[in-house]
Ligand binder design. Structure first.
Ligand SMILES: [Zn+2]
Length: 191
């Protein structure tokens, strides 16, 4: 893999690196016997993402109403994907099928405003201490940003492992989660 980059050439493919740097960290949710998986070789070109030629259709364009919590002319917010262990995990998606690279400047500018609006709206849910957000883009081509509600006072849930805790914590009851979705939608409608 030396041909990809100097970085790639250094990595120990097929080997297990040590888990020690994260074991014992206050933000790492696991303890006991932990083994890191052997490191896979890179795949280049990368396999197509949903919505790209050769992959299944884009979820948001195929079923725009599924999991929809709120929308305006430009943006949609989705929530309700299983499992649900946090008060809110939501995805902000432009109505138009664009990537970050092809997003028109006006849409890119409104994205900044929407980050603030969605974070404040999710923060209105009872018991939410902070709202994290992240853009990965590895699963689907249609631009999307994840929002995660970190419960108030749960200092162990700080940082990037919050998304893992979402899979681990007891399931939020449907009725409560739907009420949380309404809180977010009402806050966004109120501007
Ligand atoms: Zn799409």
């Amino acid at each position: 893999m030396t041909e990809l980059s100097a970085y790639h050439a250094r990595l120990p493919y097929g080997e297990r690196v040590s888990a020690d740097p994260v074991l014992g960290s206050p933000f790492f949710p696991f303890d006991g016997e932990i083994q890191v998986r052997p490191l896979d070789e890179p795949i280049v070109p990368e396999p197509p993402r949903r919505g790209e030629p050769g992959a299944p259709p884009c979820d948001q364009c195929a079923e725009p109403e599924k999991y929809l919590v709120w929308q305006d002319d430009t943006w949609r917010l989705y929530a309700g994907f299983e499992p649900i262990g946090l008060p809110m995990v939501a995805v902000l998606v432009p109505v138009e099928h664009v990537t970050l690279h092809m997003m028109p400047p006006a849409l890119a500018a409104s994205f900044g405003v929407m980050i603030q609006r969605v974070a404040l709206a999710i923060g209105r849910i009872d018991g939410v201490g902070r709202v994290h957000f992240a853009r990965y883009g590895d699963g689907g081509e249609h631009f999307h940003t994840w929002f995660f509600a970190r419960p108030l006072g749960m200092m162990q849930l700080r940082g990037p492992m919050l998304a893992v805790w979402d899979d681990l914590l007891p399931r939020v009851p449907d009725e409560e989660f739907q009420a949380n979705c309404r809180t977010v939608a009402e806050a966004l409608n109120a501007g």
